[in-house]
Design a protein around this ligand. Structure first.
Ligand code: HEM
Length: 470
């Protein structure tokens, strides 16, 4: 039976190698552009064939809805296997019964009440970040490379909330090594993706890139292991007290896992998988969103003033931090964050390997094929968002009707982002704190960085923002 995807347009599908030549040796930014070019050339559904794999790329809202809401096609596609040595089959990568069970164990961590308890940490870390920025500004370094500073903030926050561990100064070196290794892993994985002979695990392990990868794994894993060790020790020493109400703030995701281990629902290897998964997903995605977000704000003083006014209306002249419910009242800031994630969704595309045949309109997508959902480009379609490149938070304020799947920065359906409410609260906390203390200015008005395809959306050059004290 012919594979119906063979009939879908796309770059030439040569025997054996398929379309691989179109991608050979592309840099990460060329790769990003290539996907746009192919869409312009072949339309909102096209197929890339790599060796014997058919990979269907979709940009239509209806197609995206069909793919994301399928209850059994929840398996991640092949490239996710390249990060499996790092994250294991934790929540992001696992599938079937294992995924189901883990999602059940972990869901309570993101319950509304627990998020309220995390507020204290968001607040403290937001204040620390502002303090650090003030220090830099008073020393004359008012133009800041935002990404490293922001990713410190999100890493401290995820470690203290989800892992129950504070990153004190004695961990500075391990933290830096961890962050460098995460960046390096992204580059290595993308390079491997466009170099098909390195898809083979054995060849990769012998290649210099594979050796570098192994070194990075040591660094990320040893950081995660030290966090687990520290938390297990305090968990054991607290004994029965641990569940008392007074300690509830401290009951982090890692504690749920340690408790599940006592009930034999997860083993130590399983805990490592989830700690590695959440440490990465919980810090890098949010840092990316905030970095692009600050860049957009710097370019839009009017939006900054509206955020400032909203904060003032809710908090008056007080300089205390907003509570969880006050953050919930900040509807304008909500719309700002939505618009940031429309233009710069931290995860620009996601992939599935099809395990059960399904129909996409009149095209059968058979078991074994792969589908890529293009969040980034779909959210910039002119027919969905007039003036798609413009940063206009009002889009999300005036009750405009739009298809629910035309906005999916956190994905949707059964495998949506488990941390989305966490991320939004964290972003609101830190953006409001920054805007209450600074006016942001661009170094070059209207400039937009070159984007690259990586584990999350990144740029070829650092993003600089000028901070001026209010
Ligand atoms: C602005 C910030 C964030 C964005 C844009 C984002 C986006 C996403 C997206 C698109 C997915 C689906 C990925 C895929 O199918 O491959 C996802 C999954 C996931 N996210 Fe997030 N995320 C964010 C923040 C967070 C945070 C703060 C956490 C943890 C505290 C987190 C934990 C996860 C996990 C564990 C998954 C896998 C869920 C599953 O498959 O069951 N994310 N996220």
């Amino acid at each position: 039976e012919e594979n119906e995807l063979n009939r879908v347009p796309g770059p030439p599908k040569w025997p054996i190698i398929g379309s691989a030549l179109s991608f050979l040796g592309l840099s990460q930014s060329e790769m990003f552009d290539k996907l746009l070019e192919l869409r312009l050339k072949y339309g909102n559904r096209f197929v890339i064939k790599v060796l014997n794999r058919y990979i269907l790329h979709v940009y239509n809202v209806e197609d995206i809805e069909t793919v994301l809401t399928h209850s059994r096609n929840i398996k991640k596609n092949k490239p996710y296997m390249f990060i499996e040595p790092w994250l294991g089959t934790g929540l992001l990568i696992s599938t079937g019964a294992k995924w189901n069970k883990r999602r059940k164990i972990l869901t309570p961590t993101f319950h509304f009440d627990i998020l309220q308890c995390f507020m204290e940490v968001f607040e403290e870390q937001s204040r620390n970040l502002v303090k650090e920025l003030k220090k830099q500004v008073s020393e004359g370094s008012d133009v800041v490379d935002v990404s490293p500073l922001i990713s410190d903030f999100t890493l401290y926050t995820i470690c203290e909330t989800a892992m129950g561990v504070r990153l004190d100064s004695d961990k500075t070196e391990a933290k830096l090594k961890y962050k460098d290794a995460v960046l390096e892993i992204g580059k290595l994985v993308m390079e491997r993706l466009v170099t098909i002979w390195l898809h083979n695990d054995f060849i990769f392990s012998l290649h210099p890139l594979g050796k570098k990868f192994a070194k990075c794994l040591e660094n990320v894993h040893s950081f995660a292991d030290s966090v687990i060790k520290e938390r297990s020790m305090s968990y054991e020493s607290r004994g029965e007290d641990f569940n008392e109400k007074a300690n509830s703030r401290r009951r982090a995701l890692l504690d749920l896992l340690l408790e599940a281990r006592i009930r034999n629902e997860i083993d130590l290897e399983g805990i490592r998988e989830e700690v590695n998964t959440f440490m990465f997903e919980g810090h890098d995605t949010t840092a990316t969103a905030l970095t692009f977000g600050l860049m957009l704000l710097a370019d839009h003083p009017d939006v900054q003033e509206s955020i400032f006014d909203e904060c003032k209306a809710i908090l008056g002249d007080s300089d205390r931090s907003p509570s969880g419910s006050e953050l919930n009242e900040m509807k304008y800031l909500d719309a700002v964050i939505k618009e940031m994630l429309r233009l710069y969704p931290s995860v620009p595309f996601i992939g599935r390997e099809i395990v059960e045949d399904f129909m996409l309109g009149d095209t059968k997508v058979a078991k074994g094929n792969e589908v890529i959902v293009h969040i980034f480009y779909m959210q910039q379609r002119e027919d969905l968002y007039p003036e798609p490149k413009a940063f206009k938070p009002e889009r999300f304020l005036n009750g405009e009707k739009r298809h629910p799947f035309s906005y999916v920065p956190f994905s949707a359906g059964p495998r949506n982002c488990i941390g989305q409410r966490f991320a939004k609260m964290e972003m609101k906390s830190v953006i409001s704190e920054i805007i209450r203390n600074f006016k942001l200015e661009p170094t070059q008005k209207g400039a937009r960085p070159t984007l690259i395809a990586d584990l999350v959306l990144r740029t070829t050059e650092p993003i600089y923002v000028k901070f001026v004290k209010r």
